[in-house]
Design a protein around this ligand. Structure first.
Ligand code: HEC
Length: 174
């Protein structure tokens, strides 16, 4: 075998390896690009959700229902208390299903985790028709609302106990 044939053969091998590399790199690039498109699409979908879902509206429902819940419990109207407790539960579930991220905070993941312990106590007090336990657990529920407002930098939204015929269950003071 002469030298030229040998180097010619090597050149062909190098070329084949080169092509193989090129193909696998091209394949890799395609995959990366596909993944990136999927990521961009997912975040577009999320942004869409965020824009579509009006968290403040759902929060407004939570506020109204929790206000009425207190007044019903204060009057030992357990049937009505149960109704509002149920509405609160449904609103929380709705927020969970909406997969809403507000300024980087995963509200859907947080809302149940933060309110459930207190909310379960409220439900139990209604079931037991226990006025004192109702008042105590209601305070915890309000604290859980405010804890999340603080965590998500909405500390200025301060939910309050609607005692003494207050118009809102919210504190508007600084
Ligand atoms: C997981 C976190 C979280 C929990 C728990 C939570 N909130 Fe909120 N809340 C928010 C965020 C975030 C906003 C701001 C929404 C926005 O920017 O549109 C908000 C806003 C509000 C507002 C202002 C909107 C309005 O209608 O005035 C009210 C009222 C409110 N929440 C009530 C409540 C009540 C009542 C509870 C408890 C039963 C509660 N929230 C529990 C996160 C939470």
């Amino acid at each position: 075998m002469n030298k030229n044939v040998l180097s010619g053969g090597l050149a062909i091998i190098a070329l084949v390896i080169g092509i193989m590399n090129y193909i696998s790199i091209a394949e890799l690039n395609t995959n990366i690009e596909k993944e990136r498109n999927e990521t961009v699409q997912t975040s577009k979908d999320n942004a869409h959700n965020e824009e579509d879902y009006e968290l403040a509206k759902a929060m407004g429902y939570l506020q109204t229902y929790s206000h009425k819940l207190y007044l019903a419990g204060e009057n030992e109207n357990w049937e009505l208390s149960e109704f509002y407790a149920h509405e609160i539960e449904e609103t929380i579930e709705e927020i969970e299903n909406a997969k809403v991220v507000d300024e980087g905070y995963d509200i859907s993941a947080l809302v149940g985790t933060m309110t459930n312990p207190a909310f379960e106590k409220v439900e139990k007090s209604i079931h037991d028709e226990n006025t004192q336990a109702f008042a105590d657990s209601y305070k915890l529920l309000v604290q859980s609302c405010n804890a999340c407002h603080q965590t998500t930098k909405h500390q200025f939204v301060k939910i309050d106990i609607p005692e003494g015929g207050k118009v809102f269950n919210q504190s508007f003071s600084k």
